[in-house]
Ligand binder design. Structure first.
Ligand SMILES: Cc1ncc(COP(=O)(O)O)c(C=O)c1O
Length: 397
């Protein structure tokens, strides 16, 4: 029996990128002492009031079909939360979906069609290519230059626009680089979208985890609300990856289509999870501030620990839970570095190539473990890099 061509469109490098992570997790499950630094899943517990809210909702019998677009009070809270960016939105602009990833699928299926091109700034999150391909559209990568600190280059984006371009997909803050876009950078991107009449999909899943640069949303810029779909969730800011609690924010007319799509693919997020999300959003500022403080410490710890390691160059992030490490001077490809690090030293990291060609030569590690495990992970990375450097010196003699 034959499957739909879709199966090929959603396979490929993005899906394969997780192989090393899976092997790290499998080895750990088999009792090996593996430090898993390959996934953005916080080790922290979901805050207790959120868990309690879900349990209370379950006890109260909130186990029936929910409204397809989400409970109105939750949509109100999400809208209220987003207005802090300066955007003018109400609950009619919000659809509750199953995590930001599901939100990206909604955007892809509701905005794109076969033949469309969607410009993505690289390095980019690994699922984008397949998510865009879901709709039959094609991802067009535009490299941000490492010499510019992986910051967006409006001229390069503009040059990539063709008659087929339908949208710009931006990640602000970025995974894997941790770059937070400035208002000026966002304005330059908005200008391109307006001039070429493009949609903007803005993935802001790390917006509550910025360290030094305050986060701004492109949807808040003049005339951008009508052409922007903002995608986000509580996964990262509230240590809620498993709850699948996310949303999209966009024009009210889009939400009517989102409702129809939800009836096909989701039928709404479970009511007790929405109750939990409401509890989480009510305390969003406090919870996110605690998380941010933890990730800031860990970021500093990792950056400091690896700064002086021979042949490694750390790219300090301004947000999120990842650090990029340039491993080119070790003489190994990022894939070889990552696989040998796992096999010989028991640390799993991701090969940056999965995030785009301009991240080849980098590995991405996540600081989603406690201080002691992170210290041990960094010690092992240092031991590996130092051994590689020593071997190279001997080979050079
Ligand atoms: C940039 C980016 N977008 C979306 C997601 C998916 O997040 P969620 O758990 O809300 O689906 C992730 C998860 O790592 C991510 O890094």
């Amino acid at each position: 029996m034959e499957y739909s061509p879709l199966v090929d469109r959603i396979a490929g490098e993005g899906a394969a990128a997780w192989d090393i992570h899976q092997q790290g997790v499998d080895r750990q499950a088999n009792g090996e002492d593996v430090i898993v630094l390959s996934v953005g899943d916080p080790d922290l517990d979901t805050p207790a009031p959120i868990v309690e809210a879900a349990i209370d909702a379950l006890h109260a019998g909130d186990t029936h079909y929910p409204p397809a677009l989400g409970e109105w009070p939750l949509r109100e809270l999400i809208a209220e939360h987003f207005t802090s960016t300066g955007a003018r939105v109400g609950p009619e602009n919000v659809a509750v979906v199953s995590g930001a990833q599901n939100g990206l699928c909604f955007a892809s299926m509701l905005l794109f069609q076969p033949g469309d091109e969607v410009i993505v700034l690289q390095p980019n999150y690994v699922t984008y290519e397949a998510t865009i391909a879901l709709s039959g559209a094609t991802q067009v990568g535009v490299a941000t230059r490492e010499a510019d600190g992986f910051r967006p280059d409006a001229r390069a984006i503009d040059a990539a626009v063709t008659s087929r371009t339908r949208a710009l997909l931006i990640t602000n803050p970025n995974n894997p680089t941790g770059v937070v876009m400035t208002p000026a950078e966002l304005e330059a991107i908005a200008d391109i979208a307006r001039r070429h009449d493009l949609w903007v999909v803005s993935d802001e899943v790390y917006s509550m985890l910025t360290f030094d640069t305050p986060h701004s949303s492109i949807a808040a810029l003049p005339d951008m609300g009508d052409r922007t779909v903002t995608v986000s969730s509580l996964s990262k800011s509230h240590a809620m990856t498993g709850w699948r609690s996310g949303w999209i924010i966009g024009p009210a007319s889009l939400m009517r289509h989102a409702e129809n799509l939800s009836l096909c693919v989701l039928y709404g997020l479970p009511g007790f999870i929405q109750r939990a999300a409401i509890a989480g959003l009510r305390q969003a500022n406090e919870i996110a501030a605690d998380m941010r403080a933890i990730y800031r410490c860990r970021r500093d710890q990792v950056v400091e620990s690896l700064a002086a390691v021979p042949n490694l160059r750390v790219v300090p992030p301004d947000a999120g839970m990842f650090v990029m490490l340039d491993v080119r001077d070790t003489g190994l490809s990022a894939a070889d570095f990552a696989w040998r690090l796992l096999r010989e030293h028991g640390v799993s990291v991701l090969d940056g190539t999965a995030f785009g060609p301009n991240a080849a030569g980098y590995v991405r590690l996540s600081y989603t473990l406690d201080e002691a495990r992170l210290a041990e992970g960094c010690r092992r990375i240092e031991a590996f890099a130092t051994a590689l450097a020593t071997n190279r010196e001997h080979a050079d003699v």
